[in-house]
Design a protein around this ligand. Structure first.
Ligand code: ADP
Ligand code: ZN
Length: 727
């Protein structure tokens, strides 16, 4: 696309957010429109959002072509954004309409810029506390200082608007006239930073070197000051008058980080994630485009905001699996960040204590710069790590805390320090078994076993979310009271630990126990402040939070991640164990991490204990190179699904036989085989895996391969480039 303007009546091609496979012709409206303009167009009986993508094709009777309804009051899509969406769409084999949906995930984009009333937490007391008023206060509290519209606030609280109005009268809620979408407060990069150590200053110099695109892997153990260092890259970017984006895994988006930004730059950044109100989201979308937001802190979809001049993208915890979107458009935010930056001469910082093998390999190959912060800031050091050999621990069946671990926890309680018991399994027990017939309760919709959740008093399928009440008789043999839980989940650990330490304050941290992400974060913060002696948690706790009183981490089952068909199993275990261990001893006190294992001589466990990261990566890299898998080869997963298993397999076999397009580029197809989860929500799933040498044009070949396929009935096909999970 080149710069251009269309006069009234000219034919323009409009890309809409509707799932159509072509750009549609419309007539430019009165006053004309710019290339890239966001417009509203008629489609059948509806009005839909679109972008002027180029001149029209003109293959339609001009008299019948309808007109663009109106041009929205937002800046046209920039050329650089157009090419980003096109390249990202081509890479992930995603239709452009879906890419445009990603880029316009903000409600009310087309609303006029009028004054409106907004509502936020007031200072007055309510004269009479009612359940409805309490709900309104709870919503205001949960969203901190954020503003709502009247409708939004009432809806979120589940009350009528009159309740809110009544509270306004009492001053418990403030009503303000606000010009729609105010710019965010200016950030001041000239405010003093912390005094950096020599190591840190050298790292900042590497990040800030040069003007154009570059990617730097910033590696350093938790607490080494990576955040301090990349905040200086943000400062440099702001000084240059450009915008900066910091991506965090959803759960790490804590107020702790926002407070640090405020301390460094004198104001809070713009936030973009699922915990932000719709009103605020639209403000962010618009301000990013107009330059009224300098720093955006967000989850992966913040990559698709319409930046005016993006100069820096930080991907914190770059190895985190939540950066891979597993629904809808299958993209990896880390890779897309690098793509986006390379198109607008921006810098990328990939920060992690335990980088992904992909990034490690790119640094080894010289594609990325690499800086390493070797020591923790201040007195704290990486905790001592030891294995507890479970083969020599005396432990009754159905119990999981070894005597050795128990002693260490006792010592911590005496000293007023915290212990974390880590088990990456939600719920009470992963399996419910009938002791009479051996039947294991499975999900009716999937091929997965149901997990007992005592807290919710239900069985739940972690694959599809299906739940059912806990039965009292076996669904298979109808024996009564013979169902028993097998294996531990965090809730069961909670029981065991409470029985072992009846006087200790025990807290279970698992995503099931919280209605919203904000509640969870608030709870984590209170625990960090000392409101627990023993914390039992899933991988939720492994991410980005400081627990200053925590000095002991006990990993219940370090072997858990070592099984399984996932090619990244070893890498994941290594990263997770090191991160969990990194939670201990972050303040002045020394930390200890104990890994319960039945195979302490396993190479991965040995690498974790010895802290020999380079050794681990080199070995892991060699193995993958040998197998020709990512990052040393290319892979794509094709999942076919349908309500009947027969037609799904037939289609899989048809694809496997007609693989000429793949053969031409040297790619090989494996399968069809039942997908590792062969049934989800009643749909049968079959998977094909395509492997190709590095450097071949895999996407083109894949597109050509599946193009002749007409999906009949309810069959579906999805392609996942560089699959992360092997579902
Ligand atoms: P990481 O991001 O690597 O986990 P942080 O940047 O969060 O590390 O640093 C850990 C702690 O040490 C934070 O509380 C941070 O403020 C503090 N810190 C790091 N570097 C410095 C410094 N140069 N001066 C003062 N405090 C520092
Ligand atoms: Zn299920």
């Amino acid at each position: 696309m080149t710069a251009g303007f269309f006069h009234e009546g000219d034919l323009v091609g409009v890309l809409t957010t509707q799932p159509l496979d072509r750009v549609l012709d419309y007539k430019a409206p009165e006053g004309g429109c710019q290339l890239g303009a966001f417009v509203e167009v008629p489609l059948g009986p509806r009005k839909v959002l679109g972008v002027v993508w180029g001149p029209g094709r003109g293959d339609w009777d001009y008299a019948k072509v309808r007109s663009v309804i109106r041009v929205l009051d937002v800046p046209p899509m920039r050329e650089e954004m157009v090419s980003f969406l096109e390249k990202a769409g081509a890479y992930t084999l995603t239709p452009m309409s879906a890419m445009l949906r990603l880029a316009t995930r903000s409600p009310g984009l087309g609303d006029p810029p009028s004054m409106r009333k907004i509502y936020r937490m007031g200072t007055g007391e309510v004269d009479r506390v009612t359940p409805a008023r309490t709900k309104v206060l709870a919503v205001l509290e949960e969203f901190g200082g954020l503003a709502f519209t009247l409708k939004e606030l009432a809806e979120m609280a589940g009350v009528g608007t009159s309740v809110v109005k009544g509270m306004v009268a009492q001053g418990a809620v403030f009503e303000e006239q606000s010009p729609r979408d105010l710019p965010f407060a200016r950030l001041d990069p000239e405010l003093p930073s912390k005094e950096l150590t020599e190591d840190q200053a050298a790292a900042v110099a590497v990040l800030n070197e040069g003007d154009g695109y570059s990617t730097t892997l910033l590696k350093g153990v938790t607490g080494s000051g990576k955040t301090e260092v990349y905040l200086e890259a943000v400062a440099a970017c702001l000084r240059a008058g450009r915008q900066a984006l910091v991506l965090l895994p959803e759960i790490a988006l804590t107020s702790e980080f926002l407070t640090r930004v405020e301390a460094r730059f004198g104001a809070k950044p713009a936030e973009w994630h699922s915990g932000v109100t719709m009103t605020e989201r639209r403000r962010v979308w618009k301000m990013v485009g107009e330059g009224g937001a300098e720093l955006i802190v967000g989850a992966r979809s913040a990559l698709f905001l319409p930046y005016r001049d993006l100069g820096l993208i930080v991907v914190d915890e770059e190895h985190d699996t939540s950066y891979k979107q597993e629904d809808g458009v299958l993209y990896n935010a880390r890779d897309m960040a690098v793509l986006r930056a390379s198109m607008c001469a921006a810098k990328v910082v990939l920060a992690s204590a335990t980088p992904s093998l992909e990034s490690w390999a790119n640094a080894e190959a010289g594609k990325y710069r690499r800086v390493v912060l070797t020591s923790r800031f201040g007195a704290s050091v990486m905790p001592e790590m030891r294995a507890i050999d479970m083969r020599s621990e005396d432990l009754p069946g159905g119990k999981w805390v070894s005597p050795t671990l128990k002693r260490e926890i006792e010592a911590r309680i005496e000293r007023g320090e915290q212990s974390l018991i880590f088990l990456n399994r939600r719920g009470y027990a992963p399996v419910t078994l009938c002791r009479a017939c051996g039947h294991q309760i499975g999900c009716d919709q999937c091929d997965a076993r149901m997990v007992e959740h005592r807290f919710l008093k239900r069985l739940m399928c972690h694959q599809c979310g299906e739940t059912k009440p806990m039965p009292t008789v076996c669904p298979s043999c109808e024996a009564e009271d013979r169902l028993s839980p097998i294996g531990p989940g965090v809730e069961r650990m909670g029981e065991e630990v409470t029985a072992l330490f009846p006087d200790a304050r025990v807290q279970v941290l698992s995503s099931d126990h919280y209605g919203t992400a904000r509640q969870l974060k608030a709870h984590i913060e209170s625990i960090a402040a000392g409101e627990a002696d023993i914390i039992i948690g899933t991988q939720l706790v492994a991410k980005g939070h400081n627990f200053p009183l925590l000095t002991l981490v006990g990993v219940i089952d370090a072997d858990l991640g070592l099984q399984g068909s996932d090619l990244r199993a070893a890498e994941r275990t290594f990263q997770l164990m090191r991160q969990v261990a990194g939670r201990a001893g972050r303040a002045e006190k020394e930390g200890l991490a104990l890994l319960q294992s039945f195979q302490p001589e396993h190479p991965v466990i040995r690498a974790i204990l010895s802290g020999d990261e380079e050794g681990f990566w080199a070995a892991e890299a060699a193995e993958r190179e040998q197998a020709g898998v990512p990052p040393y080869g290319r892979m794509a997963g094709i999942v076919l699904s349908g309500p009947e298993v027969g037609p799904v397999f037939d289609l899989g076999n048809h694809l496997a036989r007609n693989d000429a397009a793949l053969k031409r580029v040297g790619a090989v197809v494996y399968g069809p085989a039942p997908a590792p989860i062969a049934r989800i929500r009643g749909r049968h799933r079959v998977r094909l895996l395509v492997k190709a040498p590095k450097g071949v044009a895999l996407q083109g070949a894949l597109a050509e391969w599946v193009r002749p396929i007409k999906l009949k009935g309810d069959l579906r096909l999805s392609i996942d480039i560089d699959p992360q999970s092997f579902f």
